[in-house]
Write a protein that binds this ligand. Structure first.
Ligand SMILES: *Cc1c(COP(=O)(O)O)cnc(C)c1O
Length: 231
């Protein structure tokens, strides 16, 4: 089943690139594996997936230990400062930096562990009360402040678009995030290269690609619906 799902997602990515006149190589798929057991991740690994996304530190660490070492791990969920130390030397990219305090903590731990950490700034692009992320108008300042810290490289922006039954409604937000990233890039800030745009999930990744996504984060579309334990 995972193989069929992946074939379908890869075909959609190719089609979306074609629609947008983009090169297929510009878009990477992150398999969002939260709540799924390692056996399912290994299945996806067997079909070529090497980039995995998790939103909880403990779960990421458990899977990091269990999975082959050539996997690139993406921290895509809200990150608490006291947990930064566990992951800085294990993740390829932290997508969810939304405050200077968090960036400062990442910088401190990066120096301690002598690693360079790549981060994205999370933007609450639709200005939803329920979402993490900085407001669009505050993104440039956080990019500047984070980029001035040692051990950190700001690579771009990330956003979680609103939940909607009609993915076309999110096109405006993807376009807005893209424009914001272009605008910031034009400021030529030291140590900043806004090449990465992390946007688009199972319901809307094709539209995100048409609007410039470089990472799409697909969970349900690969692994099926998530079952959360009843509390
Ligand atoms: C869970 C999650 C995804 C994947 O969502 P799907 O709709 O299952 O594809 C993408 N991004 C983030 C930040 C997530 O938490």
């Amino acid at each position: 089943m995972i193989k069929d799902n992946l074939d379908y997602v890869y075909q959609n990515i190719e089609d979306a690139c074609k629609n947008a006149g983009r090169c297929r190589e510009e878009v990477s798929l992150i398999a969002v594996s939260k709540t799924k057991p390692v056996s399912r991740l290994m299945e996806a690994y067997g079909y070529g997936c090497r980039e995995f996304g998790e939103n909880k530190v403990q779960e990421l660490l458990d899977k990091y230990d269990a999975m082959p070492k050539d996997v690139k791990w993406h921290m895509i969920g809200h990150l608490q400062r006291n947990k930064v130390k566990y992951i800085v030397d294990k993740v390829a990219l932290i997508h969810s930096v939304d405050s200077l305090k968090l960036a400062e903590e990442i910088s401190r731990e990066a120096i301690k562990k002598q690693v360079e950490v790549s981060i994205l700034i999370e933007v609450n692009i639709a200005d939803e009360d329920t979402k993490f992320g900085v407001k669009a108008k505050d993104a440039e300042q956080l990019v500047r402040d984070a980029a001035s810290l040692p051990g950190i490289h700001v690579k771009g922006l990330m956003s979680i678009a609103p939940y909607t039954m009609n993915p076309e409604e999110n096109r405006q937000y993807f376009a807005k995030l893209k424009q914001l990233s272009v605008d910031i890039n034009q400021k030529n800030i030291d140590n900043v290269n806004m090449n990465v745009l992390s946007m688009g999930m199972t319901g809307d990744y094709m539209i995100a690609i048409e609007e410039g996504a470089s990472f799409v984060r697909v969970g349900t579309g690969i692994f099926g619906e998530r079952q959360y334990p009843v509390k």
